[in-house]
Write a protein that binds this ligand. Structure first.
Ligand SMILES: Cc1cc2nc3c(=O)[nH]c(=O)nc-3n(C[C@H](O)[C@H](O)[C@H](O)COP(=O)(O)OP(=O)(O)OC[C@H]3O[C@@H](n4cnc5c(N)ncnc54)[C@H](O)[C@@H]3O)c2cc1C
Length: 538
């Protein structure tokens, strides 16, 4: 088979690329996706998140290497393996990041086209905001932003009052003029259903005759003539066959699999490739390094008032909510696990918000070893206040350990490798306790369950941080764009340095992680990348 573009991976980026590139009717595009169909109630129903979290049928379920920053624990890293990729299994929170993040992108690439003004225009064009358009927000775009304020649980409103008490200003729109403040998250749903990248971008384009999508098909190697990437070797149902790309092969396999495919194809650290007897095509030690992720930690509270545990734990209530969802697409099953949140400065000395907060009104502490925890909430009223750093300094690494493409790479998360990240988290957990002790929250807090009131003092708090921190599911930057091949993997048009006809477009292409959740920024990056790819006359 020969096409113009081969896109590897139908995730957040791959679906956008498929839509935009196949809009050029004179060019043929093939998308290959290792996972299968996204036609599932658990994917379309927002609360199905809990069911998908550990489901290997739609999830790569990675484990990191033992992490010395986390008391030698191995982290669990879910990633989508299905049409829509991680956007089909994520928590739906819709955040763009802040202008300063994209100032850093523009500086790293020396290209104003990745700067905040260009990004704001691209985000606005994607937007279908249910509160209408303004200078920042758009309507009529492919991606719905649904406001949950009217349906939010009463505790969410109490949380927002507590935020005001500690000086966090209210913010009605985290994707508007400023990100700082507290409010309800908007989510990517329409009519109570998840709108993944597949629903918003891929499925509408699948009617086009010049777009072909192959599911259950894995890219196992890239083929080259000299330095030009000519196509991809695919594996489907135990058979291998080759597809040729007249113009570009575009890796959109995500922050773990994209660098892995480059390394398997001889593009990476020369010493690593030599150890595995992989012939060197391009020596670039930046492939797989510079791994950035948000790390987070929850403080759990037993409540004096009902939380969603009381709505979703008793079988009769659960049945009622199931019925309500099926008939009206309303209620807790139509919402994200995260209702309220905030972007805060955990000390006045900080010039920008450094932590994102999440209020979660379902807890699953008793069910931690079950494979479907969110379907088994705790029988008592409880909630969690969650923290996630926005611009961590620690850097991790992805490196293949085998030439077998079915073997996952080694993931070194290196959580808290930078001392500043640990100091910041320590400051943040103290800030959380202040929030829980406000006049607004105190009456509804029965007790702190985890870490518990006996955990006090910096040493004990740090031990707890190391024992309980986990990923917030945002690995990125492992094939970073930049202006200099000595410090990056891609040029500003997302071409792999030292090759022709090969690009990487997904979360791994970020020069730096952005402040907030990544789904929207990845889709925005892919939109801008598609414009550059279509405009490329080389
Ligand atoms: C549990 C969870 C919760 C999250 N919550 C949120 C949230 O609330 N809000 C938010 O904005 N972000 C959230 N995120 C993050 C966000 O969804 C991801 O950052 C984003 O979807 C990544 O997009 P991507 O295109 O880089 O990769 P992905 O969407 O992961 O896509 C990569 C695709 O490539 C496929 N693939 C990989 N290797 C191959 C191969 N060799 N051959 C063929 N196909 C291949 C994969 O199966 C996958 O479909 C969450 C993520 C997770 C996992």
């Amino acid at each position: 088979m020969e096409v113009d573009y081969v896109i590897v991976g139908a995730g957040s980026a791959g679906c956008v690329l498929a839509n935009r590139l196949s809009a050029a009717a004179d060019r043929r595009t093939l998308v290959v996706e290792a996972g299968g169909t996204d036609r599932s109630l658990w994917i379309s129903m927002p609360i199905g998140y809990g069911r998908l979290f550990h489901d290997p049928r739609v999830n790569w379920c990675y484990r990191t290497a033992p992490d010395s920053g986390l008391a030698e624990r191995r982290g669990y890293w879910p990633r989508g393996r299905v049409l829509g990729g991680s956007s089909s299994i994520n928590a739906l929170v819709s955040i763009r990041g802040r202008a300063a993040d994209y100032e850093d992108w523009a500086a790293a690439t020396e290209d104003a086209g990745w700067g905040p003004e260009a990004m704001a225009r691209a985000f606005r064009a994607l937007d279908d905001n249910d509160r209408g358009a303004d200078a920042w927000r758009g309507v009529g775009g492919p991606l719905p932003a649904h406001s949950i304020d009217a349906d939010a649980h009463p505790l969410t409103h109490r949380f927002l009052r507590a935020c005001r008490e500690v000086g966090i200003p209210p913010n009605r729109d985290f994707n508007g003029e400023t990100q700082e403040g507290a409010g309800c998250y908007q989510i990517n749903t329409r009519g109570g259903r998840r709108v993944s990248a597949a629903a918003a971008f891929l499925r509408p384009a699948m009617r086009r005759p010049n777009l072909k999508v192959m599911t259950e098909t894995r890219a196992v190697a890239l083929t080259f003539e000299g330095q030009r990437c000519t196509g991809v070797l695919l594996e489907q149902g135990g058979h291998r066959h080759q597809v040729r790309a007249r113009r570009d092969v575009i890796l959109a396999a995500g922050a773990i699999e994209s660098p892995k495919l480059l390394q398997l194809s001889g593009i990476g650290d020369a010493a690593l490739l030599a150890r595995l007897d992989i012939p060197l095509r391009v020596a670039n030690a930046n492939v797989g390094t510079n791994l950035q992720d948000h790390f987070g930690l929850n403080y759990y509270y037993r409540a004096r008032v009902p939380t969603l545990n009381q709505e979703l734990s008793p079988p009769l209530r659960r049945f009622w909510h199931g019925l309500r969802y099926l008939l009206a697409r309303r209620g807790p099953l139509s919402m994200s696990v995260n209702q309220g949140g905030a972007f805060v400065r955990t000390s006045p000395a900080r010039s920008l918000p450094n932590m994102q907060l999440y209020l979660q009104l379902i807890t699953t502490l008793e069910a931690r070893n079950l494979s479907r925890p969110l379907l088994a909430p705790d029988p008592y009223p409880a909630f969690a206040l969650g923290l996630s750093n926005v611009r961590p300094e620690s850097r991790g690494k992805i490196a293949i350990e085998s030439t077998d493409p079915s073997v996952p790479p080694r993931i070194e998360a290196n959580t808290y490798a930078a001392a500043a990240d640990l100091e910041e988290m320590l400051e943040a957990v103290k800030f959380l306790r202040t929030l829980a002790a406000t006049q607004a929250m105190a009456p509804v807090v029965d007790s702190e369950i985890l870490p518990g009131p006996t955990v006090t003092g910096d040493a004990a708090l740090i031990d707890d941080i190391r024992e309980r921190t986990g990923t917030v599911f945002h690995p990125s930057c492992t094939c970073a764009m930049g202006a200099d091949p000595a410090t990056s993997v891609l040029d500003a048009d997302l071409r792999v340095w030292g090759t022709e006809g090969l690009r990487v477009v997904d979360a791994s292409s970020f020069p730096n992680i952005v402040s907030g959740n990544l789904n929207l920024p990845v889709m925005m990056l892919a939109t801008c990348a598609a414009d550059r790819i279509l405009a490329d006359r080389s």
